[in-house]
Every structure is written in structure tokens, then in C-alpha cells.
Ligand binder design. Structure first.
Ligand code: ADP
Length: 490
């Protein structure tokens, strides 16, 4: 059977999934790799381990009975974004571990550059933060012996994880990234779609280091024939959130998806326009397809499923995450409790790093089910705030919310989300929207699927949660939340 292979290079594991034309999953393989914490707030990965685990996952999928290697049409790649690798072009060896998106070592560097905030924002759509690749690249050049000299001589290559894996898959023949990954580096101008000389100058990064930027859906090269017994085209690349947006078929202006994991990642398709947020949401590239760029607005909630982990690990009121649903269902409402989940400050639209978590409204009748319910409401209320701010920034009203991620399996949470937004919440049949997006990008450029319309017809919903009619009850939850969150924000 013909298939497309999606490489999903995540933050904690390397996964590979094969899909057929009907978007059915034929085979999957996944291997975790080591998280390295050399110092407080530093997070690294070994790029060779990422490659080895990824290669193992691909080979495992190819061994599956349902996969005919001769009939693999192409490979698509999606990856943890911003994570930065620099390697030597001559021997392919990384000169330092990959610095992961979570790593905060360049926070001070960003502070010192704060007079350039507007320049970065205007050109890249991003806030100047340690999260993005730019200052991580500078850190490696400044701190690894001989790095700067080698970089100036053109001996080094920079890449995000997509770039690194493609380099390895093509045995050093291809050095590229796609527009979505480039748009997370702080070095790429999202207006001109070019690496930006002024920004490179500010960060003192030589242009020789940088990969060529390609679209999200085109053949950029072939795997080396020594790897899988035949050359396979590589024809799709996108960062994980953008890939999930496409995998959820959020292809029209205003379409929006929210991923409920440890945090929530919300991203809205804003069409051909770059929307400048008034609330420090990020403007970013959704994809470049058929020579047309689509932009997006992105916001995140730092603590979402993490509240559930906190209830499990610190309060011990549940043994595993999925138990929260039944616990919360034992009560009809939150019993007057509001849970402000500011366990590590509060992000958009408050941007208060010093806020701490608070449980309001406890009485002698309060029990753990009320707390569980208020915790689920908190995830949905924070997501609602982000989505409404985005909607305001973008100036269009979204029709429905597409959802994925571990906590989206929680029916009560999804129902609460639908009630709070007063919009349908739609969970897709495939739980693998991220990998699916990469497969779609790869498949479109080799004619596996003729066009987006064909994919749209194949894409299936699992469940739609419609808002319940008791809007009065919902309004009380919102009013209490608004009143109480103001109290902790002064
Ligand atoms: P990540 O990719 O961030 O690791 P996942 O998509 O795997 O996250 O989702 C895991 C997160 O979702 C955890 O924080 C966990 O507490 C939460 N979670 C998992 N299942 C449920 C559930 N049924 N209800 C609520 N939260 C859940």
C-alpha cells in the first residue's frame, strides 16, 4: 500500500508514523531520548541521540508488515521548534549539545538587548526572549572554543531539529529549513521572507551559518540510499504547532486550534495578513504552500495539564491524570471555588511573572471534587482568555475550536470549554494532528493527495461538543473568575 512517512521529532521523544491515502495510521514507532539539565534552567539534548532514536523509529516503521518501502511516496518532518544545533560542515559533528527551547540561559542576554525589542518585534513578529533560537546561536558562538573562528570561515552550520535531521538523512547534502521554523529564530524577517542582515548584525551571527529557507511543501532532497535501501524524497517540513494547525485542517482565516498538553498552545490562522498583537501574542508563519504564505497568531498558557499533575503529585487527590474527570463529575458545579492556576506566573493577557496560584471560595462544604472541577475550569478559562484576545487582535470571529493533546481526551473539560466559549469544540478522529500536518505537507507536494480539498474531504471529526444551554451558570463561573483574577493582579 502507498504511504507517507511522518517524522515527529518531539521534545522528549522521536516518533515516526506512516499514513495511507485515507489518512489511516499504518504503523508507529517511538523512542524517548535523554533530557540533559547541566545547570538550573539549562536544558540540552544530544543531537546524535536525537538522530539515532529517530533513525531507529523510521527503521522500525519500515519493518512493519503494512509498509512496502518501494511504495513510500515521501517523508515529511515536524519538529520541536526553536531548539538549536550547530555542527561542523566537514565532519557533521555537533560542536555543542542542542540547546532546547525551554532553556533560559540567554535570558540576561535578552535583557541586555532590550533596546532592540521593537526592531525584533517588527521584523520577526516575536518578543525578544530566550525561548527563540537567535540568542542560543550567539551563546554557542560566544562560549564554545574556536566556534566563532570556524563560523567566520564558513565551516559551521546552524539548524533547528528539522535542519539537523535533513542533514543526516541526506548525508550532508542538504542544508535547509522551512519558513515556519525560520520564523522562530529571531533572525528571519517574516515580511520579506529573508534572513535579516540587521538582526544578524545585532546578534553578531555570520550569515554563512544559516540554512537555505524553503517552503513547507516541496521536494528538498532525497534520503541517502545507504539508509533505507532506496532514495526517498523529503517533501514537507513544519514546526510542530504549525504542523498541528494544518493537521487539524485549520486552513481558513480565523480557524483556530488549541493543544491541551502540559501547557496549552493556541494558534489561529490569520490568512495573508501579519496581525500585530496588542497583547504580546506572537505573529508567526503558519506555512508556505504553492508559493503563498499564510500567517498565524500564537498564544500559550504555561500551566494547563500541569495543574492536573499538581493535583496528582502534590495534593495527591488523584492517582493518575485521567481520574480527574470522574472526580470532578461527582459535583454539578465548582461550589463557588475558583482556581487561579498561576503556578509559574500568569502569561497573556496579564503578563505578571510574580503572580502565584490561588484557590478562592473555600467553605466547610468544599471538597476535592469541587477543587478538581475548578481546576478543569481553570484550564478552559485561561484558554478562553487567550482565544478571545487573539480574536480581538485578528478582528475576525472564529466558528469552532479544534482541539488535540493529552488533556483533550477529557470530555468534561471539552464540554466546559464549549460552554465557556459558547462555540463548538471539535476533537479530530486522529489524535496525531502534528504528525498528520507533516504528512499532508509532504503528500501534497508529490501528488499523493491532489489538493487540500481532497484532504479536507478525508479529514474526520471524532466528537463535537456543543455549548449547553444553561448560559447563566457559565456566566457565573466567568464573572467569579474575572473578579478574582483581578484580585491577585492588584
Ligand atoms: P505534553 O506533550 O505537554 O507532554 P500531552 O499532550 O502528552 O502533553 O498531555 C499530557 C498532559 O495532559 C499532562 O499534563 C496531564 O496531566 C494532562 N492530562 C492527561 N490526561 C488528562 C485527562 N484525562 N484530563 C486532564 N488532563 C489530562
Amino acid at each position: 500500500m502507498e504511504s507517507i512517512i511522518a517524522i515527529d521529532a518531539g521534545t522528549t521523544s522521536s516518533r515516526t508514523i506512516a499514513f495511507n491515502k485515507k489518512i489511516e495510521q499504518l504503523a508507529i514507532s517511538q523512542f524517548e531520548f535523554t533530557q540533559i539539565f547541566p545547570k538550573k534552567s539549562w536544558v540540552e539534548h544530544d543531537p546524535n541521540e536525537i538522530w539515532e532514536t529517530q533513525l531507529k523509529a523510521i527503521k522500525e516503521v519500515l519493518k512493519n508488515d503494512k509498509i512496502d518501502v518501494e511504495k513510500i511516496k515521501s517523508i515529511g518532518i515536524t519538529n520541536q521548534r526553536e531548539t538549536t544545533v550547530i555542527w561542523n560542515r566537514d565532519n557533521g559533528k555537533p560542536i555543542y549539545n542542542a540547546i532546547v527551547w525551554q532553556d533560559r540561559r540567554t535570558a540576561k542576554m535578552c535583557e541586555n538587548l532590550s533596546n532592540q525589542t521593537t526592531t525584533f518585534l517588527e521584523k520577526t513578529g516575536l518578543v525578544l526572549d530566550a525561548y527563540f533560537s537567535g540568542t542560543k546561536v550567539k551563546w554557542i558562538l560566544d562560549n564554545v572554543e574556536d566556534a566563532r573562528e570556524l563560523a567566520d570561515k564558513g565551516k559551521l552550520a546552524f539548524g533547528t531539529i528539522d535542519t539537523w535531521l535533513i542533514w543526516k538523512l541526506t548525508k550532508g547534502k542538504v542544508h535547509v529549513t522551512d519558513v515556519t521554523n525560520a520564523s522562530r529564530t529571531l533572525l528571519f524577517n517574516i515580511n520579506t521572507l529573508q534572513w535579516d542582515d540587521e538582526l544578524l548584525d545585532i546578534l553578531n551571527i555570520p550569515k554563512e551559518l544559516l540554512p537555505k529557507v524553503v517552503s513547507s511543501s516541496e521536494i528538498i532532497g532525497h534520503t541517502d540510499s545507504s539508509l533505507f535501501g532506496k532514495k526517498i524524497p523529503i517533501s514537507g517540513i513544519a514546526g510542530d504547532q504549525q504542523s498541528a494547525l494544518f493537521g487539524q485542517m485549520c486552513i481558513k482565516e480565523g480557524d483556530v486550534k488549541n493543544t491541551y498538553g502540559t501547557g496549552c498552545f493556541c494558534i489561529m490562522n490569520t490568512g495573508k495578513k501579519i496581525i500585530k498583537s496588542k497583547n504580546r501574542m506572537l505573529s508567526t508563519i503558519a506555512w508556505k504552500l504553492n508559493n503563498e504564505v499564510t500567517y498565524a497568531l500564537e498564544g500559550s498558557v504555561f500551566i494547563a495539564g500541569a495543574i492536573v499533575q499538581w493535583l496528582r503529585d502534590k495534593l495527591n487527590i488523584i492517582k493518575n491524570a485521567s481520574e480527574i474527570e470522574n472526580l470532578a463529575k461527582q459535583v454539578d458545579d465548582n461550589g463557588g471555588i475558583t482556581f487561579i492556576p498561576a503556578l509559574s506566573g500568569l502569561g497573556a493577557p496579564y503578563w505578571n511573572p510574580n503572580a502565584t496560584g490561588t484557590i478562592f471560595g473555600l467553605t466547610r462544604d468544599s471538597n476535592k471534587s469541587h477543587i478538581a472541577r475548578a481546576a478543569l475550569e481553570a484550564i478552559a478559562l485561561r484558554s478562553r482568555e487567550i482565544i478571545l484576545e487573539m480574536q480581538k487582535d485578528a478582528g475576525f470571529e472564529f466558528a469552532e475550536l479544534k482541539v488535540d493533546g493529552g488533556a483533550s481526551k477529557n470530555d468534561l473539560l471539552m464540554q466546559v470549554q464549549a460552554n465557556l466559549l459558547n462555540k463548538d469544540v471539535v476533537r479530530s478522529k486522529s489524535p496525531e494532528s502534528t504528525a498528520l500536518g507533516a504528512a499532508f505537507f509532504a503528500g501534497l507536494s508529490v501528488g499523493f493527495w491532489k489538493n487540500i480539498e481532497e484532504i479536507e474531504r478525508l479529514w474526520e471529526k471524532d466528537i463535537t461538543y456543543h455549548p449547553e444551554s444553561d448560559s447563566k451558570k457559565t456566566q457565573i463561573v466567568i464573572d467569579e473568575w474575572n473578579k478574582r483574577i483581578k484580585m491577585i493582579n492588584g
